[in-house]
Design a binder for this molecule. Structure first.
Ligand code: HSE
Length: 452
């Protein structure tokens, strides 16, 4: 049977996982593909480091360049992480015309267009199923399965660490700091957690999904990104009482066009609000109704709900990180890469990121949202009236207002659920409310995503 030799860069958790998964299912894949995938060399940083999965020492080297340039290695698998060395290694392989499989979302997020162009220039392919949502085949779904759909919405739980923390905060009534510390102790969260808890990892993934769905490259700096550090136990409790669950969501959706305006602003307004040209791409903690399936995605699981104009609502659920789920996606890419090599096809599925020159990321200020607001106010007559008056001036409706009983002291919490308004209007109104002498702490503002 024809053999396809692989050079792997990185022998850590994922590299070891790919080695093990191929040992377990290599024969099955060979039977399915008619090709034998053979791991020829694995480049590691330190030969002496103990590894959870043993890779025979004669396969190991510390010289990544020799793995990339050795003509025997037909497909290069980049699992080293980071963006500097990984960029150099991936570029070197692509320049040699070798297909590359990567699990590196940060690399794609920072250098995607450059790497896709390099692959095209050298008539080879770049595969990245493992870069978004671990074992969930979401890249293939967007690139291939939904090729006949306009994507009308993506709502994704794409960071397992945040989902783990928010789940435990809800189920145990615990606060963020203590769950984070526990998650770090148990190995669910990194020692340096900011990439996850500040939303950047989710933004990398959401940007890649948005680019695929809407055909233009989304620069991570354009993605409005909020993490979960400011989500308090109190907000999770109030959200629960109101019938909602708080989840960190990556949201991608076209911004609806307002009714055409007559008069001299018509042209400008048309240009800026064409439904195909402005896309919301953002990451923030949001209240979602308990009845929505995403509210049941617990602990470190990921889920991506994709809505297409033809297919309607779909849901992809699974483990978004970890050795085996990530290895599963790498093996899927390896199958494609090997089949493409055999068939001599390059760019069989175009990257889908360059065909829509009319699309832009909408500024968060322009996005319409519903809001949950928590205020910490002096408990005295007339306070509600002052707050309501400022909201009325901003033309923002209140759908409910609650002062939960049982709170005593100088200040009490007040929860407002606001009708749809632009984020600009809500931000400005909240800034005015924050200045009222009766408001004693900075207001908390979270968005409500009904996902209808
Ligand atoms: N740290 C990520 C998560 C997995 O918690 O989901 C890798 O992207």
């Amino acid at each position: 049977m024809e053999q396809v030799k692989l050079g792997i860069l990185g022998g850590g958790t994922v590299g070891g996982g790919v080695w093990q998964a191929l040992s377990t299912n290599g024969a099955l894949m060979a039977a399915r593909l008619g090709l034998n995938l053979i791991i020829n060399r694995v480049a590691v940083r330190d030969l002496r480091r103990s590894r959870p999965i043993t890779i025979p020492s004669h396969r190991l080297t510390t010289d990544w360049r020799s793995v990339v340039t050795d003509p025997e290695n037909q497909i290069i698998v980049e699992l080293m992480g980071g963006t500097s060395l990984a960029r150099e290694a991936v570029s070197t392989a692509l320049r040699l015309g070798k297909p590359v499989v990567t699990a590196n979302k940060a690399l794609l997020s920072a250098h995607g267009p450059e790497l896709f162009n390099l692959a095209a220039k050298h008539k080879t392919n770049l595969y990245y199923e493992a870069a978004v949502a671990g074992g969930i085949p979401i890249i293939k779904a967007l690139r291939e399965s939904f090729a006949g759909n306009r994507i009308t919405r993506i709502a994704g739980i794409v960071n397992g660490t945040c989902n783990y923390i928010l789940t435990r905060m809800k189920l145990e009534g615990a606060d963020f700091a203590s769950v984070l510390a526990d998650a770090q102790r148990l190995g669910f969260a990194e020692k340096e957690p900011s990439l996850d808890v500040d939303g950047h990892d989710a933004a990398h993934k959401t940007g890649i999904l948005a680019s695929l769905a809407h055909g233009f490259w989304v620069n991570p700096s354009e993605i409005h990104t909020e993490g979960i550090c400011h989500v308090s136990k109190l907000d999770i409790e109030f959200a629960t009482q109101l019938g909602y669950t708080i989840r960190l969501l990556g949201i991608v959706k076209p911004v609806p066009s307002p009714a055409p305006v007559r008069g001299k602003s018509t042209l400008r307004s048309k240009k800026r609000t064409d439904p195909s040209s402005l896309i919301q791409v953002s990451v923030y903690p949001a209240l979602i109704p308990n009845s929505h399936v995403l509210a049941s995605v617990n602990y470190a699981f990921n889920a991506v709900a994709i809505q297409g104009d033809i297919v309607g609502d779909t849901l992809f659920y699974g483990r978004g990180a970890g050795q085996d789920p990530t290895a599963s996606s790498v093996l899927s890419d390896l199958a494609d890469a090997a089949l493409d090599l055999r068939a001599g096809t390059f760019n069989r599925v175009p990257p889908f990121t360059g065909h829509n020159t009319q699309c832009h990321v909408a500024h968060m200020d322009e996005i319409l949202s519903r809001f949950y607001v928590r205020l910490d106010v002096i408990d005295r007559p007339g306070v509600f009236a002052r707050i309501a008056s400022l909201l009325a001036t901003a033309n923002i409706g209140i759908s409910s207002i609650i002062q939960p009983e049982g709170h005593s002291g100088e200040t009490v919490p007040v929860i407002l659920m606001l009708d749809e308004a632009t984020n600009r209007a809500a931000r400005k109104a909240l800034a005015k409310i924050a200045q009222l002498p009766v408001v004693k702490s900075p207001p908390v503002l979270l968005r409500v995503e009904t996902l209808e």
